[in-house]
Design a protein around this ligand. Structure first.
Ligand code: ZN
Length: 239
């Protein structure tokens, strides 16, 4: 019985260490994934700013063309002004010229606002690009770091898996089955130590009679609350 418990305890230690290594590698992968997502988000912003700039540029060209067009029209009307016959025609041309000038002024104002907007967007774009470059460098660093860590952890894990394979041979098949079942249902902890009548797996008291039995360590007992295989701390020390 003591030997069985001892083997199971060693097996549990090995299995917990394997889980720890697997978690460590998985965490590294999650970290890289988060970094990649941040960079992707950054690229979406960059594309958005670039599109804004392109739209501004299109509008700026439109405004330039409109101003040019309007200027030509004004010139044309000013020429016509020299040859008008009636006062009515004269007034009408004057009004058209004034309207044209107002139109040019409005477009020039819009052009100025556009320039300010372009300046702001260019600043934002540059900031995002710088951040993106820095993050890509960090991602590359983290990737190569994880690669070497994974290599190390995998070597470590393979070694431990080998020792597990050896250890498993010492455990009787039905007991191993029970251990595996508990391990999968109890977050890797199939065994629980008991101190002063309290199961350290679930922190519940076990019946006093059971505790006495456990101290004699003549049979393998399961915690009535969490069902884990119990062992008395003294037994663990002896093992
Ligand atoms: Zn328990």
């Amino acid at each position: 019985m003591k030997v069985d418990i001892g083997n199971l305890l060693q097996l549990q230690t090995i299995d917990l260490e394997i889980s720890r290594l697997e978690d460590e590698m998985a965490d590294g992968g999650t970290d890289l994934e988060t970094r990649r997502e941040t960079i992707e988000g950054r690229k979406v912003s960059i594309a958005g700013y670039e599109e804004k700039l392109a739209n501004c540029e299109t509008r700026r060209r439109e405004l330039d063309a409109e101003v040019e067009d309007e200027t030509a029209k004004i010139k044309d009307r000013q020429t016509k002004l020299m040859n008008v016959q009636t006062n009515r025609e004269y007034q009408s041309l004057l009004k058209e010229i004034e309207d044209g000038k107002r139109g040019i002024k409005q477009r020039e104002e819009e052009g100025l606002q556009l320039m300010e907007q372009v300046e702001t967007v260019q600043g934002q774009l540059e900031e995002q690009k710088n951040l993106c470059t820095a993050e890509e460098e960090l991602l590359a660093e983290a990737t190569s770091k994880l690669e070497s860590v994974t290599k190390k952890l995998t070597t470590q894990k393979n070694k431990i898996v080998k020792s597990r394979d050896a250890k498993v041979k010492d455990v009787e098949a039905s007991l191993l089955k029970r251990y595996e079942l508990l391990r999968s249902r109890r977050n890797g902890q199939a065994l629980a130590g008991v101190t002063d009548g309290v199961c350290k797996g679930c922190y519940m008291n076990i019946p006093p009679q059971m505790f006495i039995e456990l101290q004699k360590s003549e049979e393998m007992l399961a915690c009535p609350s969490c069902n884990r295989i119990m062992f008395h701390d003294k037994v663990a020390e002896e093992v």
